[in-house]
Design a protein. Sequence first.
Length: 341
Amino acid sequence: MNKFSLPRQSRTVDEITGSRRLRRMRRADWSRRLVQENHLTVDDLIWPLFLTDGENRREEIAAMPGVFRLSVDLAVKEAERAAKLGIPALATFPQVVFSLKDVAGSEILNPDNLINRATRAIKAAVPDIGIITDGALDPFTSHGHDGILRDGVIVNDETVEQVASAAVLQAAAGADIIAPSDMMDGRIGAIRDALDAAGYQDVAIMSYATKFASAFYGPYREAIGTQGLLRGDKKTYYIDHANSDEAIREAEQDLAEGADMLMVKPGLPYLDIIRRLKDEFQVPTFAYQVSGEYAMITAAAQNGWIDGDKAMMESLLAFKRAGCDGILTYFAPKVAELLKG
Ligand code: PBG
């Protein structure tokens, strides 16, 4: 026995813990189920879908095995499958052909652009599934930024005007929720005003209130084809991932401007933010398990390094535990099938 050894423990476990033994309820499957605090159901899922032009096109995204860019006709088929599985809502993201892109992202103001065509087609075939569309300009800009670029600056107020006009067109096409992911100041209030003025009082807004400047968006940029276009980074408009109080201020502002729901993005590295928002505001709160998170789990599983299904379910339940009401996840159909048994 040297001087670093602990003195020999002479008390019994019961003397130390009293009669408390937390393993008692973990002993059997039935008692674990009985005391389980959080549950994941199909009602928690929002499925992000990538859109592309053409017909009968289904292109796998290299960094997201199992995730495809779909032409509108096939997106409708997937929407039908989602509805059968009980998935409440879809979120669409377009890959726009380069010839339609410009510095201002003006194609977003085309009532017949890819997003709006998809919304109309899906709503016509599957009226009861929720459709969430994004008002951010990045799929439509020649530089891959979320706003209008002038003299090296993403100009806020002009971008907001354009995002708000785009939101009205998206609502006209049948979108149920507008979810602007651009992080311009004042966008929520401007979208709310524009929707109300156009008679779309019942179209809701899910605010990407706390969207962080993150490395986890990489595969998404490949999916919608902005990867090679983007110069610089998005740090002048997304939140610094070192900050947490600032995320609260963003959320507070967006709620004051009329947001119906909040979202945290990315997801798993930001569970602390989810918990803070839920404690602070008690409003419907969502997380976006982004492309890089999907890629990490899927790549490790493909290498046989983790059990992919278990890691997927664990990561999603973690969002529920942190306080989420729902999760945007590329795993949505897989999870829904697994939950169905
Ligand atoms: C941009 C946007 C991003 C994502 C959706 N819309 C981030 C970006 O490209 O900077 C990321 C989604 C994901 O990674 O799954 N408005």
